[in-house]
Design a protein around this ligand. Structure first.
Ligand SMILES: Nc1ncnc2c1ncn2[C@@H]1O[C@H](COP(=O)(O)OP(=O)(O)OP(=O)(O)O)[C@@H](O)[C@H]1O
Length: 265
């Protein structure tokens, strides 16, 4: 769908020895894993395992206490979130990026800010280049909305969407930034099992068409196990296991971590 994305060289995300302490709490401790081009990787773990902190470290919202993040072989540790987004590492936010009074189309348009930025003078003297950008941004928004199955809601204010549709809109807005790797933090929160299944199918359809790879933090085990090529399990800030969904589901240490640690989801 996005020819821009497809034209890019594939980039792997490499996380090496990542650590973050808050006072005396080791929220993330020496965590390493890769997301290879074309993969969907699930990042799971019981409550407080360090998943969100890990996400915030990778996307530049936190600075690591130690360790490195590389993207396509380039060290990107410590870069700001907008710099990460410009490189193609884009995360979704739970609800916070949705403007409820705007329609689905308008919300997805706002997600194109990286592409649509213009110098101020161009706002007053829009030339052909500005109109071309506007046209391509509107086309891109329509394509994303169609891919996400929201075309029938394109002119609906976000305030009227169901919970499942809001989740799809959150991902749509992230897609507007043209990610190479899309990072989703609990994208299925609040969905019932049917909505989560539909959501999973949409996610699988994105990979290789509109984004190269996906890293997803999620408590809904059915969803994670059905969409992921590989699963990384965190526990008490550290990586406990890594493997295929089948391997992870049969891993005694993982089962113990969930059963012993207060399972969520
Ligand atoms: N800003 C912060 N200041 C202090 N402690 C923090 C901060 N952020 C996270 N922590 C602590 O770090 C640990 C890991 O938290 P984190 O939110 O990363 O876990 P999680 O796996 O995402 O949990 P959940 O599944 O419940 O969202 C927890 O003990 C948490 O209390």
């Amino acid at each position: 769908m996005s020819s821009g994305v497809q034209a890019m060289a594939p980039q792997a995300l490499e996380v090496r020895g990542l650590s973050k302490s808050f006072g005396g709490i080791h929220a993330v401790k020496d965590v390493s894993f890769d997301v290879r081009p074309g993969e969907i990787v699930g990042l799971i773990g019981p409550n407080g395992a360090g998943k969100t902190t890990c996400f915030n470290l990778i996307t530049g919202f936190y600075t690591p206490s130690a360790g490195e993040v590389r993207f396509g072989g380039t060290p990107v540790t410590g870069r700001k979130p907008f710099q990460m987004a410009q490189m193609g590492i884009v995360r979704s936010f739970q609800k916070t990026n949705i403007l409820k009074s705007l329609t689905v189309f308008e919300n997805v348009l706002t997600g194109h800010y990286l592409e649509a930025r213009q110098p101020l003078w161009r706002t007053f003297f829009p030339g052909r280049a500005v109109r071309r950008t506007e046209h391509s941004v509107r086309e891109s928004a329509c394509r994303i909305i169609q891919t996400m199955g929201l075309t029938h809601r394109i002119d609906t204010p976000a305030s009227s969407l169901s919970c499942g549709e809001l989740r799809l809109l959150e991902v749509s807005i992230a897609l507007a930034a043209k990610p190479e790797i899309l990072m989703l933090d609990e994208p299925a929160a609040g969905l019932n099992s049917q909505e989560a299944r539909t959501f999973g199918e949409v996610l699988k359809s994105l990979r290789g068409s509109i984004v190269r790879s996906i890293l997803v933090v999620e408590h809904n085990m059915n969803l994670v196990m059905s969409v992921s090529d590989r699963v990384v399990v965190m526990h008490f800030g550290q990586k406990l296991a890594e493997g295929s969904p089948a391997e992870i589901q049969g891993d005694a240490q993982v089962i113990e971590a969930y059963l012993g640690g207060g399972k969520k989801g």
